[in-house]
Each structure stands twice: as structure tokens, then as C-alpha cells.
Design a binder for this molecule. Sequence first.
Ligand SMILES: [Ca+2]
Length: 413
Amino acid sequence: MSDSLLRSGFDSYLRASTLRPKGETTVSRVRLVPAFILCLVLCLAGSASGPSSAQSAQTPAQATQPPAEPADLKVPAGFNVSVFASGIAGGRLMAFSPDGVLYIARQGRGDVVALPDRNKDGKADSVEIVASNLVRPHSVAFHKGYLYIAANPAVLRMKYSGGKVAGEPEKFVDLPVSTTSHWTRTIGFGKDGRLYVSIGSSCNVCEEEDERRTTIMAYNPDGSGGRPFARGLRNAIGFDWDPRTGVLWADDMGQDRLGEDKPFDEINRIEEGKHYGWPYYIDDNEPNPDLKDPKGSLPVSQAVKPAYLLPPHSSPIDLRFYTGNRFPAAWRGAMFVALHGSNPANRKEKVGYKVVRVVFKEGKPVALEDFVTGFLKDDQVMGRPAGLATGPDGALYVSDDNKGFVYRISYGR
Ligand SMILES: [Ca+2]
């Protein structure tokens, strides 16, 4: 893509940044006038107290719907689960700041909030908006004095020091524009200092023209030199490095409308320069039956098979290693995956809707074990797990973008 196209992509991002994304708001016409008045009141309150992106407490007036009930979640014996924060609908991926405050991107609201727990009672004291008017912010990361935010279509950053985010978000890296599905972008910094960004496909099944799509991209620490680190990943929303081995792992979400039990979602062991097969291959390198008249091709010998097949349509979002030391040995350093759960268009009987631990044997994933269940109750959706993060307190935090909770999973007393 040319520079001018990249620029026009960001210009349209800036234009769009004042608009609500289509398809994710539920404001009806009859509610527009009260919503406008509410917005006016909030804007005036915001301008009286400083810039919109400054850290500010969220007013209760923003809660326009009755509060959701937390799910009755189940965790293994010895673990505890509690509500850390509520009112975080659309909350996706999370990161802890260097001073131990949980930050989360609220994709639907277009903002990033901080959830400080200053009195360390396992409950967020407040919901503080640190950046707003963003288009589909999905993932956050802290690195060397900045908070990075993956939005669409750019990675943004804000200065971070003394426990505070300051100023307005500035563009750091341009990304492909997505106005349909797979608009999520996930970021992480490797030990090599590079910025890694996963970018999903523009379609359900197709060959991409923009080589940045269906990859995990890697950028130099200054944002330059972006190139695909790994290709052939349809939508690798969650990725993380095993802290013990340094190996990069990513999940991948298989395509839609190929049947109730096809294709599998995936866990992949990511290596630089490798191709993971999509769109040419699905499952264990089976030719993709929905790819008609492809222009390109890939020798099957060059397609890396999944390291583990996840249940079809279970929809893995975040994939993270537990990096704390409060869990028992079997869960220390464990890989967890948030299975967001199947869409009724793909499957009648729901699958996913839980957080699983991936059991490894001799360095390879061999099984899944339930870690957090109860997001389904009598087939009713009580929440959908999305983001995962290990806290400095050794607890695992799980965001639920559907009912807007952040749950805290701790061990022992
Ligand atoms: Ca607290």
C-alpha cells in the first residue's frame, strides 16, 4: 500500500474518530434526544474539568441500562472468583501499567479506561477514562514510558509517567482499515523490543491484497520497518510469549459458514517467516473448500499445521501465559485461552464460553482443561470472556465484553 493510501487511511480514521462505529451501538431514535442531552451534560462536565482524555472518573449517568448480574462462575478447587469491576461492556484486552493498575480497551465505547485498586481489596475503586473518541480500541500495552493502544486503523500511543497517562493519543503505526468484521488489532512488545501486531482477514474467505492482513506484523521499536513476522493466520486475536521458553504462541479463529463442526479454531506455535496456511488450508492442512478459483497458491509443505486444534467456532480471543507466583505449580506459567463462544449462525449448540488452561506435554499442547466456566446458564449467555491478564497480586483477571464485568481469579486465602 502506498504512503498516500496509508495517510488517507489515517485521515479517514481521524474523521471517523468522532463518529460512533456502525453496528455496535444500540441507541434507538427515541433515545437520541436524551442521549444528546446526556452527551452535552457530560461534555460540559468534561470541559469544565479539563481535556477529554485526562484521567477522570466516569459519572454514574453513563450507565443507561440496568446493571447486569454477574455470572455464577466456577473455578477449580482452591481458587476464588470475584467481581473486580463492572460497567466495562465492550471491554476487550487488558494490560497492567508498570505501577500495577489495570487498563482495558472498551471497544464499543471507543475508549480506554484505568481500573485502579489503590486500597488493594480486590475491587476496582473507580473507572477512569484515559483516552476517548477512539475507533474500536481493542488492545493496550505499556512500553518504555508510553501506553500503546491498538485501534482501527492505527496503533496510537500516549505518554505515561508517574502513574499517569498524559496528553492526547498520537499515531504510532498505520494499519489496514477494516470497516467490516475482523477490525480488532492486538499488540504486544517482544523481548527484542519490537512491536507485534496481529491483523485479521478483511473477509470470511479470500486472498488478501494487503500483505499486512492475516499476519502477525513486527515493527522496529520506533514504529518503522514493519513486515510480516508470520503469515497465513486468519484472525490471531490472542498471542503471547511463553515466559519460560520465549516461544511466541497465537490462537487463530477459523472461518464461518463451513458447518457446525468445521473448521477447527487453532493454537499455533509462531516462528518468524513461517506461513500458517490460511486461506489455502484449514484444520490439519486440508485444502480450503470455500476458496474458489484462487489466484495464488501455497505448497502444502510450506504450511505449518496448527499445534493444537480448538473446538470449531469456540472463538478464541485472548491467549496469555500466567506470569504470577500465587497459583499452584500446575497453573504456574500456564497458557490460558479465553473462548468467547460460538455464534448462533455457526452452531446451534453453544461451545466455548469459558476460559481454559492448555495442558502441555514435552513442550506441546495436548489437552484443554476448564479453568473458568459458568458463562452459560441453562443455555443463556451470562457473559463472554475476552481479555486475560496476570496482576501484580498474582491473580488472573478476565474481562467479559458482553455483560461488562472484569473478574478476578485468585488462589487460596
Ligand atoms: Ca479497591
